[in-house]
Ligand binder design. Sequence first.
Ligand code: SF4
Ligand code: SF4
Length: 72
Amino acid sequence: MIHINEELCVYCGACVAVCPENIIDLVDTHLKIDQPKCIDCMKCVKGCPIGVLSMERNGKIYAFDYPDRGLF
Ligand code: SF4
Ligand code: SF4
C-alpha cells in the first residue's frame, strides 16, 4: 500500500507520470491511488521529487531519504 503525506504534496503529477499501471490520478488537489491494482514497484515513491510517498509492505515502511535517496 502506498501512503501519501497529503499535507506536503505539491500536486506536481510526477508520480502520475511514472506509474506503469496508470492507477494514480490527480483530481483537483487530491491524489487518488487504485491501491488493489498496485504492483508495489515503488516507481512513484522514487519519482516523487520531495519524498512524500512511502510504501507499506508486510508491516514495513519503505521510503527514500531525500536528498540522498537512500532506501530505508
Ligand atoms: S508502487 Fe508502482 S504500481 Fe503502485 S502506485 Fe506506485 S508506481 Fe503505481
Ligand atoms: S510526485 Fe509527490 S509531490 Fe508530486 S503529486 Fe506525486 S506525491 Fe505529490
